[in-house]
Design a protein around this ligand. Structure first.
Ligand code: AP5
Ligand code: ZN
Length: 217
């Protein structure tokens, strides 16, 4: 299956993607995680991305689209993927369509996680991620690691993301409304959107998502 995951910052995309990718046996491709890995390795791409991310803005398409396509290539897009955080504006959605068309592929579904804004603010405020791998995600209250400050998956140190400060979060939400939400209508026109409420326990949301994908795709 080829799936795009959308939803506001803090909706639980990364958290759900880890379970859905495992259940569906497809790779989880997160552009946010790819940027954070480049930042921690100090690559030129990471240096460029960091200034945009810290300000809560999107990294330019000229950088992002090539990086996402390289990763899909590496994963063998024909075997399926779960895209998390890409596409994030209409230009990226059109570029993805073009990439898929050139490879004789199509999307199966766009899974839209619906969460009220006051809840995403709480989720982001308590989020802690792993120094070794930013896809290892926890919450100080809702999704506690077994030992405080330590990643359950790899034993790495947990910390708060630089762009999770309150003023940056406000900017990221604004960017989501102006730049990313329009792609939901773009995909509705292609009859691909499956919307699920993403409130409740992590495993309840995963079940809802799996049921919706099986119904909708
Ligand atoms: P990115 O890393 O993609 O961030 P985001 O979209 O803002 O999403 P988040 O990672 O904040 O949240 P999430 O939905 O994954 O939630 P999570 O599972 O962590 O992007 C960061 C930046 O990179 C962007 O601002 C941009 O600058 C750049 N970038 C990335 N992609 C780009 C692109 N395509 N183009 C241009 N720029 C790009 O969950 C949040 C918290 O809630 C966690 O603590 C979790 O434990 C908790 N939680 C999860 N589910 C539940 C639940 N059901 N109940 C209670 N708590 C829960
Ligand atoms: Zn870890």
């Amino acid at each position: 299956m080829r799936i795009v995951l959308v939803g506001p910052p803090g909706a639980g995309k990364g958290t759900q993607a880890a379970y859905l990718a495992k259940n569906l046996a497809i790779p989880h491709i997160s552009t946010g995680d790819l940027f954070r890995a480049n930042i921690s390795q100090g690559t030129p791409l990471g240096v460029e991305a960091k200034s945009y991310m810290d300000a809560g803005n999107l990294v330019p398409d000229s950088v992002t689209i090539g990086m996402a396509e390289d990763r899909m290539e590496q994963a063998d897009a024909a075997e399926g993927f779960l895209l998390d955080g890409f596409p994030r504006n209409l230009g990226q959605a059109e570029a993805l369509d073009e990439y898929l068309k050139n490879n004789g592929l199509t999307l199966d579904a766009v899974l839209d996680l619906e969460v009220p804004e006051e809840e995403v603010v709480k989720r982001i405020a308590g989020r802690r991620i792993c120094r070794n791998d930013s896809s290892h995600v926890f919450h100080a209250e809702y999704n506690k690691p077994k030992a405080e400050g330590v990643c359950d998956v790899c034993g790495g140190e947990l910390y708060q993301r630089d762009d999770d400060r309150e003023e940056t979060v406000r900017k990221r939400l604004e960017v989501y409304h102006t730049e990313t939400e329009p792609i939901i209508d773009y995909y509705k026109d292609q009859d691909l959107v499956v919307t699920i409420p993403a409130l409740g326990k992590v495993e309840e949301v995963t079940k809802r998502a799996m049921d919706a994908l099986q119904r909708g795709a």
